[in-house]
Each structure stands twice: as C-alpha cells, then as structure tokens.
Design a protein around this ligand. Sequence first.
Ligand SMILES: Cc1cc2nc3c(=O)[nH]c(=O)nc-3n(C[C@H](O)[C@H](O)[C@H](O)COP(=O)(O)OP(=O)(O)OC[C@H]3O[C@@H](n4cnc5c(N)ncnc54)[C@H](O)[C@@H]3O)c2cc1C
Ligand SMILES: NC(=O)c1ccc[n+]([C@@H]2O[C@H](COP(=O)([O-])OP(=O)(O)OC[C@H]3O[C@@H](n4cnc5c(N)ncnc54)[C@H](OP(=O)(O)O)[C@@H]3O)[C@@H](O)[C@H]2O)c1
Length: 397
Amino acid sequence: MAERDNSLKILSENRQAGHNYFLLDRFEAGMVLTGTEVKAAKDNKIQLKEAYGAVLGDEAWLVNAHISQYSHGNRENHPPVRNRKLLLHRREIDKLLVQTRDKGLQLIPTKIYLKNGKIKCELALAKGKKLHDKRETERKRTAEDEARATEFLRDRQFIDLLEAAPNRLTTDQLTGLLRPLPPRLYSVASSRAAVGEEAHLLIGAVRWHSHGRVRHGVASVDVAERRGPGSTLPVYVKPNPHFRLPANPDTPIIMIGPGTGVAPFRAFLQQREAAGARGRNWLFFGARRFTHDFLYQLEWQDWLQSGVLNRIDLAFSRDQRSKIYVQHRMWEARRDVFRWLEEGATVYVCGDAKAMAKDVHATLLRVIADQSGRGEGGAAGYLRDAQRAGRYLRDVY
Ligand SMILES: Cc1cc2nc3c(=O)[nH]c(=O)nc-3n(C[C@H](O)[C@H](O)[C@H](O)COP(=O)(O)OP(=O)(O)OC[C@H]3O[C@@H](n4cnc5c(N)ncnc54)[C@H](O)[C@@H]3O)c2cc1C
Ligand SMILES: NC(=O)c1ccc[n+]([C@@H]2O[C@H](COP(=O)([O-])OP(=O)(O)OC[C@H]3O[C@@H](n4cnc5c(N)ncnc54)[C@H](OP(=O)(O)O)[C@@H]3O)[C@@H](O)[C@H]2O)c1
C-alpha cells in the first residue's frame, strides 16, 4: 500500500488578498487539478492571480484562475485556465451561499496547496475591497522619503550631498542652498572683576570621523586652527540671568562641570576671589586624560592653595580601563555632598546635556535618597524644592 503523504506544501499564495480585502472566514476547498498542472505545482511554480471564488448555482467555483508554471508568470503570456469546480462540503456551500449572496460578501482564493497528495484551495470570505486613499498613499510615500532622507543625512554634511549628486552650480546657486551660519554660544570663562575688559572662552575643538571623512566643527575648529593672534571675530553677549553666583557671598557652592562645562566655574572663582567672598567652593571636574585634558589645572591648584577652592574631585575617564565620571566621584563623596546641601549649598551643573546632565541628575537623586533616608520620592521632592529655590541650576547644551 502506498504511504500516505501528510505534508502540506503551499504552492501559491495570493499575498495581495489580505492587503486588498477585509478577510473574514476561511474555507478549504479541494480542486480537480491533474496532469501537467500538478507537475508544475510540485515544482512550486503555480501562480494564482486575480482569480475569484464564486458560488454558482449550488456549487463553489474558482473562476478566472491564472495558473502559470513560472514563478513570475505574466497574465498576458499565460491565459487563465478553465474555471475549476471547488469540491466543497455540502454544508459549507450552504453556509457560503447565505454569507455571500445575502450579505454581499465575496469569496477570494488566498492559497493553493498540496495536502495529503491533493491540491486544495483556501477561500476566504471577504467583506468588500479596502479603499486605498490616494492621499494616504501619497502621505505615506512622503513620510518614507523623509525618513530615507533623514537616514542619509545622519552624520553627513553638505559636501557629502554635493558628492552624491554632482552638479555644476554658480556661486549664487550654491550660497542660495545654504542657510546663514548660525551663531555658536560659549560660556564666558572669566570675570571682569579679575580680567577687566576681556572675556576668556574655553573652546573644545570638535572633531570626529564619519563616512570615511574627518569632520570638523565649523566654529570651534575655525577658532582652533584658522584664527591666530590678532584675528577678529564678530561676537555678541547673551546674558544668562539664571546661571549666576548666589546673591549671598557666604553661600557654599558645588560646581559640576566636566569637559568644557567647567568654563563658567573659572569665572565664578575669579569673581569670588576678587570679591573676597567667604562661601565655600567645591568643584567636580572630569575629562579624558589627566595629562592632556586637565583644563586650567594650575589655576585650580593655586586656588586650592590659597583657600578660594575648598575641594576638588577629579574624574579622568580614560586613564584606566573602566570609565570614571564626575558622578562616580559624587557618589563616593555622597556624605559630604548631602551635608553641603543641608548647609544650604547651591549646586551648579554645566556641560553636555545628552548624557552627562541626566546621569548627574540621577546621581544627585540617589545621593539624597541614600543620605536623607527619604527614599526616591522624597529625594525627587527635595531636589525639586532646591530647584524652585534657585539652589540647583543647570546650563547644559
Ligand atoms: C549655552 C551654551 C554654552 C556653551 N558653552 C560652550 C563652551 O564654553 N565651550 C565649548 O567648547 N562649547 C560650548 N558650547 C557648545 C558650542 O556652542 C558649539 O556647539 C560647539 O563649539 C560646536 O560648534 P562647532 O561649530 O564647532 O560645531 P558644528 O559645526 O556646529 O558641529 C557640531 C555638530 O557636529 C555633530 N557632531 C559633533 N560631534 C560629533 C560626533 N562625535 N559624531 C557625530 N556627530 C558629531 C553634531 O551634530 C553637532 O551638532 C555651548 C553651547 C551652548 C548652547
Ligand atoms: N583630545 C581631544 O582631541 C579632545 C579632548 C577633549 C575634548 N575634545 C572635543 O571637544 C568637544 C567638547 O569636549 P568636552 O571637553 O566638553 O567634552 P568631552 O571631552 O567629550 O567629555 C568630558 C568628559 O566627560 C566624560 N563623559 C562622557 N559621558 C559622560 C557622562 N554620561 N557623564 C559624565 N561624564 C561623561 C568624558 O568621558 P569619555 O569621553 O571618556 O566617555 C570626558 O571624560 C568634544 O567634541 C570633544 O570631542 C577633544
């Protein structure tokens, strides 16, 4: 006796069906397909295109089936085969009759497959065609184009665009495509009380690699590489009334400023020194390497010696295998950080907004929760109150 083949092999799938119709019930129908068609089916090369099921009289039919032995069969080259009678169970036909005729539903063939050695067809009961709104399609296409453009532009610059789409442009056309260079902001790193009519800036040269090129920050590298002594630049002053020393010179301050974020704190200390302010000053500074990036090192050391700076905690991130950041130093010093807070210290944070400021904020919350015993909710309230009272100030970018 021949062995029964229980496998199920999909020969053809109408992938558009679910896209174009609201499909409800599905039915299995047997089809009478023999000879060469079955052979082709075994090669998984049968295609079903634009066929529909219909209940004609008391029988279910597969009408207009386009069965091709090529996987990309073109309708024009392969005319529809004879309509096929679908051997559905009698009760199912009755059900289909009621559902299709009385409720205006349609039958859509969704699959042809080989089951137990027989060709079967899956018919789905469909509720009308989905209307594809042209405007919706257009909107989708625009959104897709924009997403692709954003993806292309990520980490690329105007020069990459010119390279990708070379074009002869006149000077006017070229400049017409560019927006005016927006200004860059830099914290003033000095106090007039100490340096008179000067303003010192601390500018970190921004350089990175992307898409096979070395990239340069426009303004910072302009200053670092192209300008020399005697060069001039157009500048303006943008006051920041929210990031100032406390009005009371006796108020202790904790300054957290990794990298170029340390700039305003140099100005703060110059100011406090010049004014003879008695408030205590504590700096958390972080940079990549002690030898290369310890910004204003000698000045902090002088201030430590003279007592203007009471404490400095340093975090050089790349001097050892694992990263050490300012927030790690804050956590180590949590008892004192909280004591200073309780004594009315104002906390300042300056520098990177993307990661540093968030991590420092989270650490402050952890420190307060740990030291006050008030838990997370209490710590959040404590820091919010400090913020409202102008004792937790941030200048992050
Ligand atoms: C209030 C405020 C105060 C500031 N204070 C100071 C300060 O005291 N000192 C200081 O140095 N800066 C400071 N900045 C930052 C400064 O304004 C400039 O943003 C910075 O110098 C870069 O400008 P740029 O023209 O050199 O770079 P741009 O030509 O503007 O390029 C910067 C852009 O390059 C991209 N980029 C940068 N690095 C990478 C990377 N690794 N990978 C991929 N893309 C990257 C980013 O898209 C970034 O927006 C401050 C910013 C603000 C808002
Ligand atoms: N030698 C150089 O060429 C050089 C040196 C300094 C700065 N710069 C450039 O100058 C620009 C400004 O630099 P910057 O000095 O302000 O910043 P920075 O050097 O990029 O960062 C300052 C310090 O903050 C650390 N840091 C990174 N993520 C942090 C986080 N989540 N929390 C706390 N600290 C974190 C950095 O460590 P890690 O970076 O080790 O993670 C580094 O030690 C940057 O674009 C930078 O590329 C170049």
